[in-house]
Design a protein around this ligand. Structure first.
Ligand code: NUP
Length: 283
């Protein structure tokens, strides 16, 4: 299928069904792909599948079971190193990614990539080879010989790059919230505002902003508008509020413990989805 028109025109024309097909990945960006999944399933919830169990087999089995039980209610799944380290990338985590794809759910690797260029590129290559559709990176490492190779690799492979902009924990203020001198104006500016500007230049697919700081979500949304989608972790256990985060400008909510640690993860994910449906999809 040849895609014509803007993303919103194509989605309005119902072409998003084509976009969600993995066979078509070369023609759409990660931003388009997840947007299509989100609209089709009327959910903006990204499951943070951070289950950590002493028994590795049980960790894999239970992670799979949770993914399968909640997949109708999520638009993507996010893994991080607490699953990749014990299970291995090519012998465990990749199975979860393949299962997610089998359920038509894209997979994000929360790698927070943060090294010099050549190792960043190698790390991103491993995650993309294992099937991940997007990686999360840290902006502190900068562009030249830092994140540039990751963005180039992602473009070449039609994968996504999401950039941390203001993290959800208390210590985030020490780095993301510090005042720095804007290199263009010489005037003081918050670090996270500089990162939001850079993400526009870098054409990032998404920015991560903690739901625990709705005022930061609003400010960052003001800077990036709908050019870059805001992903917001920190609702539920960390204290952030779904409605407040969405009203401030979050497009996706990353939710972990409030779903996978619930007595009934499927029901918990269904209830979250109902709440976001009213706000985003007006259902
Ligand atoms: O700022 C961030 N805060 C955060 O919690 C950036 C993140 N990537 N995360 C991730 O979101 C964290 O690693 C975890 O996977 C998830 C939140 O989980 P929970 O607090 O909903 O259990």
């Amino acid at each position: 299928m040849k895609l014509v028109g803007t993303e919103s025109q194509r989605i309005e024309a119902g072409e998003f069904v084509e976009l969600v097909c993995y066979g078509e990945r070369t023609v759409c960006t990660f931003k388009e792909t997840i947007e299509a999944h989100s609209r089709e399933k009327e959910t903006n919830i990204v499951l943070a599948l951070d289950l950590f169990l002493p028994d590795r087999e049980a960790q894999l089995e239970k992670s799979m079971a949770i993914l399968e039980s909640v997949h109708d209610n999520i638009c993507a799944v996010k893994l991080n190193r607490q699953i990749v380290l014990p299970l291995g990338l090519y012998s465990g985590a990749d199975k979860i990614v393949a299962r997610a794809h089998g359920l038509n759910v894209p997979a994000i690797m929360d790698a927070k990539i943060n090294d010099v260029g050549h190792t960043n590129a190698a790390i991103a290559t491993c995650y993309f080879d294992a099937g991940f559709d997007a990686v999360i990176v840290s902006p502190f490492v900068g562009w030249e010989d830092g994140l540039q190779p990751v963005f180039e690799l992602a473009r070449a492979k039609s994968k996504g790059v999401l950039v941390l902009c203001y993290m959800s924990h208390k210590g985030a203020a020490e780095g993301y919230g510090q005042m720095v001198l804007d290199s263009k104006t010489g005037k003081p500016k918050a670090q996270y505002e500089v990162f939001a500007d850079r993400a526009l230049t870098w054409r990032a697919d998404g920015l991560i902003v903690g739901a625990t700081y709705p005022e930061k979500i609003s400010r960052i949304h003001e800077i990036v508008k709908d050019e870059i989608s805001i992903y917001s972790p920190g609702v539920g256990v960390q204290g952030g509020d779904i409605e407040v985060a969405i009203k401030a400008g979050a497009r996706y909510l990353i939710i972990g413990r409030s779903i996978y640690s619930a007595g009934d993860p499927r029901e918990a994910s269904r209830m979250f989805r109902e709440r976001v449906r009213k706000l985003i999809f007006k259902g």
